[in-house]
Design a protein around this ligand. Structure first.
Ligand code: ADP
Ligand code: MG
Length: 502
């Protein structure tokens, strides 16, 4: 038997994503939604289910749910119902979570993901584009629900055997988005999550910041023998809060299940946790069934009715979505596919690029500077594009200086961290720092001549037809110039003067 379980088993995955909706207050109470406040600071009696309180639906979430529904080609249900999902948990003081069950607000949609064409067992239902395959993944449903609080087991906070409860998160509005079991590998699961997160951000439905717990995933995984029609028994790995954990957990669970099946055992339907350090999944509890939750319609809340007019108003207001932007960029700009993918992944980045390109003489230069150097400077400085002090038009000025040969690319790149952090005028900075590239032909020729004379061996090799030492000689001239010569000119003169000095 081969060591690779993927030779024997086809992997089947369905994902449940919990995403925090972008609202100022909670789903049913006026308590604020904030991150990083002191524990139990943002809590209203409604979040605690105190006797006599009544939940009041936050109207803002309706539009957000509709947006997600439309963007995923789903049906927006004109009637949906809030239910109580009953269970005991220390960070759920009411003893039940208000959720939607039989009648969710959004159902029956899909979204398209792009996966590498060689993904394991991709099945036959994709069309090929270049090195990737477009695959449609069903969105079963999306429903509104409230988040629970947080149990803090951290020894430093709660002591060796204590647990603290922070209810700031209790009642924060969530949309739970459930996929069909259409995913066939960890790679596809990752692509689905990235696509969904990008859509949520484009729509401004959620900031979907995984580090803040605003975008969390439960992964359902099962295996079946290749060729088998029936799905195997699944397990559900709870609360994965990073892409690498999702991919790691699925990989670990595939191995665990394959070992059991290879030994002739049966998979037990279970809820699992992923142990990041040991890279293993373990059983938390044998799977509860829906009836264990004793769902019933919440008597405190009337059904949520949404009229067609509202749906159409939200539709008219939808922004251009990532897939549409991708197609438009491909038509409009002559750029490598990978560069376009990077730019389109984030709406603010794509907008920034378009503003910069409009102010630049070269769209390609704008794309390269933003896709590579600006993103690097931002990530080094721990910033997002939204809080860059360097605006798109000013970056265009900097790029212009490089294009004109007044500033070397290297010196321009060195200015980026400062510009991104503090802003400033590229022209004055260049002048103040004495960075302006020398384009005086006489001066450049002098540097080139010195280097030619001092490096006879390398020059001889170039004359003999070996281009490799050219870079070495270029480096020497740039060094002599203190980095302030136009590299294009230096190269041209170097080649000419080596030829002429023969
Ligand atoms: P529950 O509410 O108990 O978690 P759902 O019916 O809502 O159950 O399904 C949860 C998720 O499990 C969905 O994303 C679905 O696609 C996925 N799923 C269902 N069956 C399988 C299976 N055999 N293998 C993998 N995933 C599955
Ligand atoms: Mg579930």
């Amino acid at each position: 038997m081969s060591d690779n379980p993927l030779d024997r088993y086809e992997v089947v995955i369905g994902l449940e994503v919990h995403t925090h909706l972008k609202t100022n207050s909670k789903l049913f109470s006026p308590a604020p939604v904030r991150y990083g406040d002191a524990p139990n600071h943002d809590v209203h009696p409604i979040d605690l289910g105190m006797p006599g309180v009544l939940p009041v639906l936050n109207e803002k979430v309706i539009g957000l749910a509709i947006r997600l529904g439309l963007a995923t080609h789903s049906r927006v249900n004109t009637r949906s119902v809030f239910s109580r999902k009953n269970y005991f948990y220390p960070d759920l003081p009411k003893g039940y979570q208000i959720s939607q069950y039989e009648e969710p607000v959004v159902s029956d949609g899909w979204l398209e993901i792009e996966v590498p064409a060689v993904s394991e067992g991709g099945g036959g239902n994709g069309k090929k584009t270049g090195g990737t395959t477009i695959k449609r993944i069903g969105v079963t449903r999306a429903h509104l629900e409230e988040d629970a609080g947080k149990s803090i087991h951290d020894v430093a906070v709660a002591g060796a055997d204590g647990t603290h409860i922070d209810l700031n998160r209790a009642g924060v509005p969530l949309l739970e988005i459930v996929s069909e079991p259409d995913l066939r590998s960890a790679v596809e699961a990752g692509a689905y999550l990235r696509t969904l997160r990008s859509i949520l951000r484009y729509l401004e439905v959620s900031d979907a910041d995984m580090e803040k717990g605003q975008f969390r995933c439960d992964a359902n995984v099962s295996l079946r023998l290749w060729g088998s029609e029936e799905f195997g028994t699944r397990t559900e790995i709870k609360n994965l809060n990073s892409f690498s954990n999702v991919e790691g957990a699925i990989g670990a669970e595939i191995i665990r299940q394959a070992e059991i099946l290879d030994d002739g055992g049966e998979i037990q339907q279970a809820t699992m946790a992923y142990d990041v350090d040991r890279r293993r999944t373990r059983v938390l509890r044998l799977k509860e069934n829906a009836d264990d939750y004793r769902y019933f319609d919440d008597p405190d809340l009337i059904p949520l009715l949404i009229d067609e007019e509202l749906i159409e108003a939200v539709r008219a207001d939808l922004p251009e979505l990532p897939e549409q932007k991708l197609v438009r960029f491909r038509d409009q700009y002559d750029l490598p596919a990978e560069t376009i993918r990077i730019l389109v992944a984030s709406r603010p980045l794509a907008d920034y690029f378009e503003r910069c390109a409009a102010a630049c003489t070269s769209v390609k230069a704008a794309a390269n500077w933003i896709g590579r150097d600006l993103r690097q400077a931002l990530s080094d400085g721990g910033r997002g594009i939204e809080n860059s002090a360097l605006d798109a038009e000013t970056l265009a000025v900097l790029i212009g200086l490089v294009e004109e040969g007044r500033l070397t690319a290297k010196n321009a790149r060195d200015l980026l961290p400062e510009l991104v952090a503090q802003g400033g005028d590229p022209v004055s900075l260049m002048e103040e720092r004495g960075l302006e590239a020398v384009s005086d032909a006489g001066v450049i020729d002098e540097w080139v001549m010195q280097v030619i004379q001092a490096n006879a061996g390398a020059v001889e090799s170039v004359r003999a037809g070996d281009d490799k030492p050219l870079n070495f000689l270029m480096g020497k001239v740039m060094k002599a110039a203190g980095g302030k010569a136009n590299p294009g000119e230096v190269r041209t003169r170097l080649v000419e003067m080596i030829r002429d000095s023969a």
